[in-house]
Design a binder for this molecule. Structure first.
Ligand SMILES: Cc1cc2nc3c(=O)[nH]c(=O)nc-3n(C[C@H](O)[C@H](O)[C@H](O)COP(=O)(O)OP(=O)(O)OC[C@H]3O[C@@H](n4cnc5c(N)ncnc54)[C@H](O)[C@@H]3O)c2cc1C
Length: 375
């Protein structure tokens, strides 16, 4: 697919940043479970934390394809960094799309610099694939809402300073879900212990516990009852971002496996000469490219009038399943070395696992595609 000169330039900048700044810290960030804050500062300097903010608030307001390219190449460096960035962008998008002028003016000019970091709090212990089952309540009391409940799996849970919160204004009514913007330092909001995860270990994933948290009505981003549809429309763009991240992660595994196959010799020749290995690489490359084309197609459609839900879901499930297959084969091509932390494909294999789960599982994406097809 031909890229505009502007998109190609951004891709090149992010690719260089991924190779020179993100990749070198990826292993230690994974091992220590510490998010690489210096890398985040670098992303902010490149204005990538401002990607989805309108220009009048200091943002870049990039088109869908550019958003995908940035996600792809940041994830080429490390998925945990791309995940943190895309969730920050989900948060700024919610304020940009649903906020009024006063709310945009209050939050966006500082969030473009990446501090405060944004979080997106939809999921709960008992409400994942079906967020309508959430139990967090925001009860109106005078000019405030009083929020009680627990949000789970919140990316940037610890690092964030601003949380986009979804809560029911009537605990008995699933159609009362409403969207709020909440500063993290508000009384009664506490952060749980970090989840101990299979992969994505440098990404901070926590619970957020709301205990009689008073949120001014002025912080409500949608009318009461319009929060869930707002979340789902924003997640369409989010899923294109995850699809792009899956492509970047898989490309990274493919590149590492290609290099390794050309260097590693067995039976007196590089294993890249063995037809089985060659065909593995051919299949991996085809999977990466198919995921990329579906992703770019959905990304371009983000600039249209309607959120391209089915296209985003096709891209998300195909590219994430492809990332699992490609990283699996990359480990196989590395043999025993691929099973050790000495080689980055081990981390890529673990990281890939989450891409078919977060922002809607593969099963849910297929349901969205089937519903679009069948009605
Ligand atoms: C590392 C990580 C980071 C995350 N970050 C965030 C975040 O920042 N903010 C946030 O709000 N959430 C976040 N999530 C939550 C994530 O979006 C949910 O985990 C995901 O939506 C699945 O929900 P669940 O875990 O409750 O699984 P469940 O909904 O319990 O699903 C369990 C299984 O049942 C299947 N299933 C459920 N319903 C159906 C159905 N109708 N048809 C077919 N199959 C079905 C699922 O596909 C899955 O295989 C994160 C999760 C992880 C792991």
């Amino acid at each position: 697919m031909e890229l505009s000169s502007e998109a190609a330039a951004i891709r090149e900048t992010v690719r260089e940043f991924a190779l020179e700044e993100i990749r070198p810290t990826a292993r230690s960030a994974d091992e220590t479970g510490q998010f690489p804050e210096a890398v985040w500062n670098g992303l902010a300097e490149l204005e990538l934390t401002a990607m989805t903010v309108p220009e009048e608030y200091g943002g870049l307001d990039v088109d869908g394809l550019t958003y995908a390219l940035v996600n792809e190449w940041v994830a080429y460096g490390q998925l945990a960094v791309a995940t943190a960035l895309s969730v920050h962008c989900l948060a700024t998008s919610c304020i940009a799309v649903f906020g009024d002028d006063a709310q945009r003016e209050r939050w966006l000019p500082e969030m473009v610099d990446g501090r405060p970091v944004g979080a997106f709090a939809l999921s709960e212990p008992d409400a994942g694939s079906n967020p309508a089952e959430m139990s967090t309540e925001a009860r109106r009391v005078g000019d405030d809402y009083v929020v009680n409940g627990t949000k789970q799996w919140i990316t940037n849970g610890e690092r964030s300073g601003v949380v986009i919160l979804f809560a029911k204004t009537d605990s008995d009514d699933p159609s009362s879900i409403t969207q709020f913007v909440v500063p993290k330092d508000v009384d009664g909001l506490s952060v749980g212990a970090p989840e101990s995860k299979l992969g994505l270990r440098a990404s901070d994933t926590t619970t957020l516990v709301f205990d009689d948290v008073r949120v001014p009505a002025a912080n409500r981003l949608t009318p009461e009852g319009e929060g869930l549809s707002a979340a789902l429309s924003i997640l369409t763009g989010g899923r294109v971002g995850i699809a792009a991240q899956s492509v970047g992660l898989a490309q990274s595994a493919l590149d590492l496996a290609t290099d390794y196959a050309q260097q590693r010799e067995q039976f007196g020749e590089p294993i890249a000469e063995i037809q089985t290995i060659r065909h593995k690489l051919a299949e991996m490359r085809t999977n990466v490219q198919a995921g990329r084309l579906l992703t770019y197609d959905a990304a371009n459609a983000l600039d249209g009038d309607e959120p391209p839900a089915a296209a985003a879901s096709m891209a998300k499930y195909f590219a994430s399943e492809a990332a699992m297959d490609v990283t699996n084969e990359a480990v196989q091509i590395h043999g025993g070395y691929g099973y050790t932390t000495e080689y980055p494909v081990e981390r890529l294999y673990r990281d890939a696992r989450v891409t078919t789960i977060y922002e809607g599982t593969t099963e849910i994406q297929k349901e969205i595609v089937a519903r679009d097809l069948l009605g």
